[in-house]
Structures are given as C-alpha cells and as structure tokens.
Design a protein around this ligand. Structure first.
Ligand code: OGA
Ligand code: MN
Length: 294
C-alpha cells in the first residue's frame, strides 16, 4: 500500500500513516527514506511495529550500525536492538541514557556520523520522558549573514566527557578515563555542509571546545548557538504513546529526551543506520575502542 505523509509543522516533521506491515512493502522503505531527507523527522503514531518488522525496515533503509557499548544482555539486545530504559545495572549504560537528556547529535564520535535513529515506544512513560527535536538546517539558514561568516572555517572538538561530566558535581579522573576510552575528542567542522547542499551546525552536549579559541569564549559561542537552534520555531516535542515509532535524520537535527525517572517505566527500542557522509573530521588522535550510541 502507498504511504501517506502529513507535515507536522512548517519547519520539521511529518506523520506517516499506514499499517506496520506496509512499511516494508516494495518501494516503501525508499519512500520513507526520501520523506526522512525532506522532513528530517518522521512520526508513525501508534503503528505498533513488531521487532521483526522493525529490524526488516532498518535493513531495508540502509546498513545497520551496531553498538557494542549498548549490549545489555536483554532479549532485545540479542536481536540487535538497543533497549533504552533506566533499569540498567551497568554504569556507562545508565549514564548514556541519562546523558540523552541534553540536546545532542548521535554519532559525533565518528568521522561519518550515523544517518538515522529509529525509536519505538514499548512502554510509554507515566511521567516526563518526551523527546525533543530541533531542525539544524532551518536554524543555520535563519542565522544572520555576518554570523554565518564568523562561523565559517571554525572547528569544534566533541567528546563524551563534555556531555556526561554534567551528571556529576565532581567527576573523577577514572570517570574521564572511562569516557575517553569510549569517545575521545574528535574535531569536526562547526558548520557541516552536506551533499544535499544543506548545512548543519555540529553543536550540542558533546561539543567541548572551539579549536584555537579561548576556552570560555568557545563555550559561550557553543551555548549561544545551542540556544539559537533550540528555539521553539525550529523544534517539535513528541509525547509518546505506546506503539509510536519515530525515525530521525540524524545529520539534520539535534534531539534530546526530557527528564524521567526509573518509576516512569519508559522503555524504547532503538536501531541505528550507519552514515554515508563524512563531516570532514580530522583523523582521530586516539582510536575509540568500543562503538557507542553517541
Ligand atoms: C538516542 C536518544 C532519546 C530518547 O537514543 O540516541 O537520544 O528520548 N534517545 O530516548
Ligand atoms: Mn541520541
């Protein structure tokens, strides 16, 4: 069956209407990918897709990216699905999920960031736990011309500790070593102009510093750009119902979860597609030993 796409706001997102099994019918994964490139974010309200179809759709849309760090021994994880929930014993896993509460782009630890993330709601949060999305193309386009000129040529260092240090009052050297082993500093261009001709700013929680700029001035610029990009006019906030599926075009937006606790019983199933476009990151000084969700 043909699918129907219905825009959500004028800057971001489209609803996809159809049954779960329709999504993997011939021609539809390609139509979904094209709509994803156009709208940046797709919401499939209460489509109730079984894991098997979810995995089929992932495979039909591109090459699946596997995360070793996110393997938690659950049945979802044995199928190659990352289960996002706060009931984890592993400290790094828990930190990863808590760190999702800060605006970020996935895959900043790679010179080729992941293409798309698919999130399926298994158990909707009783309280909190919405997910927000901010269109980085629209945010960059709307910048004043002189601001764009000032950003041209700047480079930005990303690392896991820039994000996760915020979870603690005083993180230890052991914490930094653990985070650096997963995602050491990698330098990207601050403005990533993609093959489509659109440009996204590589900012968010993993952005640590602007290369060659004073630490405080770099931080101020990153904070200013983040405030700009996450204005209401560029964003959409999704409140989850059971069975919802969301797919986002990772190179074109920032996303975050809104805080929730273990008692909200929020469970998401996630798969990720490998990227195909390099940002122009420098060769990593240190090669990450584990693949990560970030
Ligand atoms: C992710 C992520 C947000 C959420 O899986 O990369 O940021 O709302 N998830 O769970
Ligand atoms: Mn994420």
């Amino acid at each position: 069956m043909g699918l129907q796409f219905e825009p959500i706001t004028s800057t971001i997102g489209a609803y996809v209407h159809g049954a779960a099994a329709d999504m993997v019918e011939e021609g539809n994964p390609e139509a979904i990918l094209a709509a994803l490139n156009r709208h940046n974010l797709l919401v499939f309200p209460q489509v109730h897709m079984a894991d098997e179809i979810f995995l089929q759709l992932t495979a039909a849309m591109g090459e699946k990216h596997d995360n070793s760090v996110t393997d938690d021994g659950t049945s979802a994880s044995r199928k190659g699905i990352f289960r996002i929930a706060l009931d984890k014993d592993d400290r790094t896993q828990r930190e990863f999920i808590l760190g999702n509460d800060y605006w970020h782009m996935d895959g900043m630890s790679y010179p080729v960031p992941v293409k798309a993330t698919l999130l399926k709601c298994e158990s909707a949060p009783v309280e909190g736990g919405d997910t927000g999305f901010a269109n980085l193309y629209a945010a960059y386009d709307a910048l004043p011309a002189e601001r764009k000129q000032r950003l041209a040529g700047l480079r930005v260092g990303h690392c896991l500790s820039a994000s996760l240090r915020r979870l603690y009052d005083s993180p230890t050297q052991e914490d930094f070593d653990r985070w650096d082993a997963i995602f050491p500093r990698l330098e990207h261009p601050l403005v990533w102009t993609q093959d489509s001709g659109r440009s996204a700013m590589l900012i968010g929680s993993t952005a640590n510093d602007i290369a060659g700029m004073d630490e405080i001035a770099g931080r101020e610029l990153l904070d200013e750009l983040l405030d700009w990009a996450t204005q209401e006019r560029f964003t959409y906030r999704h409140k989850w119902s059971p069975g919802d599926l969301v797919i986002f075009n990772n190179p074109g937006l920032l996303h975050r979860s809104f805080p929730y606790t273990d008692t909200a019983r929020r469970v998401m199933h996630r798969t990720t597609l490998k990227g195909t476009e390099a940002t122009g990151a420098s060769a990593p000084a240190q090669v990450a030993t584990q693949s990560t969700g970030y």
